[in-house]
Design a protein around this ligand. Structure first.
Ligand code: NDP
Length: 251
């Protein structure tokens, strides 16, 4: 068995047009897969797909919408002929005390980070069954495990995506579908630039608490994503694996 070879496999990466999603897509393509990147920003998406070469494409999709999720899967099958791997990476964040969130803000965060992953998993399921199995990789967060006062809706969504993944893992194991979560630590992306700027001392405190002594980079997550997409992880399902330079085990 070629344990880490993804030749001939096709992946969908939501939010694959930048940050962590793009780095994961790069890893999957380097391992032999084709990748359909999805997001709302077309220019950013086309640039990202062009940068990955012939085995990548981009489709505009707002994955909070069921119809868009179904259309994304259909477009991927039309372009590449099949789908084997789904990376539920699209996400958003907003920091403030819980009493100050509006109802709309709550729904935006839950829909973007959690509902989208469920709708995409539903949309891709028939294709994975047709392919004889497949892999779903959910991007959680250390907030899947830990809590903080300033991002309660985000924490709820990230706890939810991890638990949703465990549920899907039990439901679809008999279809040879493995579902796992990656829990990234602090990674330098567009999402964290604003937090870094807004929270005095955050940049330094992350470095101080992280045993590895630095912020993570998007590429730090690519290897784990390839592993969870590859035959090497066929006996692993329902797990949630931190990738955080040791942040979460520091006492
Ligand atoms: P970015 O802001 O760089 O990426 C977020 C991506 O999600 C963008 O590509 C964006 O594309 C896409 N997206 C947002 N809303 C939608 C939507 N409705 N439909 C389709 N795509 C959407 O942040 P990161 O790369 O940091 O975040 C990626 C994931 O990693 C998120 O789930 C985040 O919660 C998680 N994470 C990040 C951490 C970090 O430290 N950076 C730590 C832990 C988890 P577009 O705007 O074009 O739609």
């Amino acid at each position: 068995m070629r344990m880490f070879d993804l030749t001939g496999k096709v992946a969908i990466v939501t939010g694959g047009n930048g940050g962590i999603g793009l780095a994961i897509a790069e890893g999957l393509v380097a391992a032999g897969a084709s990748a359909m990147l999805a997001g709302r920003n077309r220019d950013k998406g086309l640039r990202a797909a062009n940068g990955l070469g012939d085995r990548a494409a981009f489709e505009v999709a707002d994955v909070t919408r069921k119809a868009a999720c179904d259309a994304l899967v259909a477009a991927t099958v039309a372009r590449f002929g099949r789908v084997d791997i789904l990376v539920n990476n699209a996400g958003t964040s907003l920091r403030k005390p819980p009493q100050h969130f509006t109802e709309t803000e709550w729904h935006t965060i839950i829909d973007t980070n959690l509902t989208s992953a469920f709708l995409m998993s539903q949309a891709i399921y028939p294709e994975l069954v047709r392919a004889g199995g497949g892999k779903i990789i959910n991007i959680g967060s250390l907030n899947s495990l830990l809590a903080a006062p300033h991002n309660v809706p985000y924490t709820a969504s990230k706890g939810g995506i991890m638990q949703m993944g465990r549920g899907l893992a039990t439901a679809w194991a008999s279809d040879n579908i493995q579902v796992n979560s990656i829990l990234p630590g602090w990674i330098e992306t567009d999402m964290t630039v604003t937090a870094k700027a807004a929270v005095p001392g955050l940049a330094e405190s992350v470095v101080a608490r992280t045993p590895a002594g630095r912020w993570g980079q998007p590429r730090d997550l690519a290897g784990l994503a390839v592993f969870l997409a590859a035959p090497a992880s066929d006996w692993i399902t329902g797990t949630a694996i931190p990738a955080d330079g040791g942040y979460s085990i520091r006492a």
